[in-house]
Design a protein around this ligand. Structure first.
Ligand SMILES: *[C@@H]1O[C@H](CO)[C@@H](O)[C@H](O)[C@H]1NC(C)=O
Ligand SMILES: *[C@@H]1O[C@H](CO)[C@@H](O)[C@H](O)[C@H]1NC(C)=O
Ligand SMILES: *[C@@H]1O[C@H](CO)[C@@H](O)[C@H](O)[C@H]1NC(C)=O
Ligand SMILES: *[C@@H]1O[C@H](CO)[C@@H](O)[C@H](O)[C@H]1NC(C)=O
Ligand SMILES: *[C@@H]1O[C@H](CO)[C@@H](O)[C@H](O)[C@H]1NC(C)=O
Ligand SMILES: *[C@@H]1O[C@H](CO)[C@@H](O)[C@H](O)[C@H]1NC(C)=O
Ligand SMILES: *[C@@H]1O[C@H](CO)[C@@H](O)[C@H](O)[C@H]1NC(C)=O
Ligand SMILES: *[C@@H]1O[C@H](CO)[C@@H](O)[C@H](O)[C@H]1NC(C)=O
Ligand SMILES: CC(=O)N[C@H]1CO[C@H](CO)[C@@H](O)[C@@H]1O
Length: 467
């Protein structure tokens, strides 16, 4: 029974954590990208306006379904003229297209992957028979929101035809040194590759092919899809940077609140020029006073000069959520924005946060507080792999409309309640820390360590509060 309770608790914990920050880059991807700062992999896209038939994969079950695709792709911001998407389809062994087998690979900047792994679910799945071949159609590159990569110099097998061909000659000219980064996942184990291409090969290559780059210097960025979706505070920033010199600069990691379509106030920020290195080009910054945020607040970055200074911030080129930018550039980080913002790419900042969740009122908790010896704030990794379905952040004017959905904050027992109802006055030494909240808050401590200890002391009142 206790196991059940713990499981339930862990489930609600991960749910709460997932719901509280959205679309920050996950730490493993951030770590990987930081390590590879300074490398410039070659990037090649599957043909312009071409059909590629993948001879690489033989389906060795008489009947099965392709249920998803593992992809190495480049995703950009859609525009009026950049509005096309690649697709997959199936060809029979005699070279004819199977009617109804086409599926479009549709990604937008609102549902990009924060882990770097792109596995595109096929709904409905594509039914196939043994002998069938998967193909990829890439429209005109310049007009494509999503572009499929290939890796050259690897033994693989495919053929190239004209876009829209529905009958192809499968006996002609194989291309044997280009691995197209599309892997068909089937029900059961129904995929054989003569060259031992597996899902993990494609995932690895898909990560390798993207690059990190330095931010555009002396500019303020706002990320309308990278948001805080509960009330809480940032206890730690982790970010990728290149420490290139000794001159301190004013780059900031920030929390913004949107007041109206073209008005934002900065409500918290950390200057990131004094930090602890925790990995290759990987740094952490712990604010002296946690930076408070409210449901709906938005992440922002001010990137200062970038040529050979201390701790120059980096981002992944493309495949991230929409970037908005204040133009023209500025010499120092602003504290308010009152102008329309330019849509500038969809690069993905090498930044993640650890947070603690707070909740306004916790019934039945106050009586326990007096006994509570536990004063520790648990931080959550920002893990967010599935796109949210209920929240809508964009209108055409990019004004945020965050729906107030129900948040669940789990309070396990008297041991896990911290009373922090004192007013949180910013005492810190950081600049620009406009912390405004003075409301009473009770912070729920959600950690496995606490769970472990509550098992020694089986008096769990297990009050769950739906706030
Ligand atoms: C393929 O999926 C469909 C549902 O979309 C299902 O009805 C069918 O049985 C599946 N076929 C195989 C071979 O698993
Ligand atoms: C290829 O085979 C399918 C069935 O297997 C058939 O429907 C189609 O007509 C054939 N196409 C050609 C060009 O022979
Ligand atoms: C991304 O969102 C669009 C709708 O906005 C949806 O059609 C598409 O399937 C989503 N992609 C993934 C991988 O969830
Ligand atoms: C298909 O081929 C793969 C790879 O060789 C193998 O692991 C799998 O068992 C095969 N499936 C069937 C049904 O033969
Ligand atoms: C977050 O705080 C705001 C302002 O104090 C409050 O109006 C809102 O209800 C809180 N939301 C949650 C989920 O606690
Ligand atoms: C936003 O910032 C401006 C300038 O600092 C201030 O006057 C205003 O009161 C702030 N608005 C809110 C809602 O905090
Ligand atoms: C930082 O230094 C490295 C090696 O010293 C150099 O390759 C890189 O271009 C520099 N980057 C910036 C942004 O100055
Ligand atoms: C909780 O905070 C209130 C208000 O500051 C204070 O009176 C009370 O003693 C605190 N309780 C504990 C256990 O710290
Ligand atoms: C937070 C806390 O009380 N942790 C304790 C949990 O129990 C283990 C083992 O009894 C202790 O070592 C921890 O200090």
């Amino acid at each position: 029974m206790l196991c059940g309770l713990i499981l339930l608790f862990l489930l609600s914990l991960s749910k709460g954590a997932e719901q509280c920050t959205e679309r920050f880059m996950e730490l493993p991807l951030l770590t990987y990208r930081a390590q590879r700062i300074g490398t410039s992999p070659s990037q090649t896209f599957v043909g312009n306006n071409r059909l590629r038939v993948l001879q690489e994969y033989q389906f060795n079950c008489s009947f099965t379904n392709i249920t998803s695709l593992i992809l190495g792709i480049n995703i950009r911001e859609a525009t009026g003229s950049r509005n096309l998407y690649p697709s997959v389809q199936v060809f029979r062994p005699n070279g004819s297209l199977v009617t109804g087998s086409e599926r479009t690979i549709y990604y937008s900047t609102s549902n990009v992957s924060t882990s770097g792994v792109f596995e595109y679910p096929l709904n409905p799945p594509i039914p196939i028979m043994s002998g069938d071949l998967l193909a990829v159609s890439q429209p005109l590159r310049g007009n494509s929101v999503v572009r499929v990569y290939y890796i050259s110099g690897i033994t693989a097998n495919s053929q190239e035809f004209n876009y829209d061909d529905t009958n192809v000659d499968l006996t002609t000219n194989p291309i044997t040194n280009q691995l197209i980064l599309v892997y068909p996942v089937t029900d059961g184990y129904c995929v054989n590759s003569a060259n031992s291409i597996t899902p993990s090969v494609i995932k690895q290559k898909a990560l390798e092919v993207l690059r990190s780059q330095v931010f555009f210097g002396q500019h303020q960025f706002i990320y309308p899809w990278i948001v805080f979706s509960c009330n809480g505070s940032v206890t730690k920033w982790i970010f990728g940077a290149n420490n290139n010199g000794s001159t301190a600069i004013q780059s900031e990691l920030q929390i913004w609140r949107q007041l109206s379509p073209n008005n934002y106030n900065k409500t918290g920020s950390s200057l990131v020029n004094a930090n602890t290195m925790i990995g290759t080009n990987l740094y952490e910054f712990i604010p002296q006073t946690p930076l408070q945020f409210q449901e709906g607040d938005i992440f922002g970055v001010y990137s200062d000069r970038t040529d050979g200074e201390r701790l120059v911030l980096y981002e992944q080129r493309f495949n991230g959520p929409t970037n908005l930018r204040v133009d023209p550039g500025q010499n120092s980080p602003p504290s308010t924005i009152s102008q329309s913002l330019a849509v500038a790419n969809n690069d993905f900042p090498l930044v993640t946060v650890k947070i603690s969740v707070s909740t306004e009122s916790v019934p039945d908790a106050t009586s326990s507080v007096e006994n509570s010896p536990v004063i520790s704030i648990t931080s959550f990794p920002s893990i967010m792999s599935s796109p949210p379905s209920t929240e809508s952040f964009h209108s055409t004017s990019f004004y945020l409309q965050v729906s107030r959905s129900t948040r669940h904050v789990a309070i396990l027992s008297s041991q896990v309640i911290v009373n922090s109802s004192e007013n949180l006055t910013p005492t810190n030494t950081q600049t620009n820390n406009a912390i405004t909240s003075t409301t009473s808050t009770i912070i729920a401590i959600l950690s496995s360590q606490v769970i472990a200890n509550s098992s020694e002391n089986p008096r769990p009142t297990n009050t769950q509060t739906n706030n």
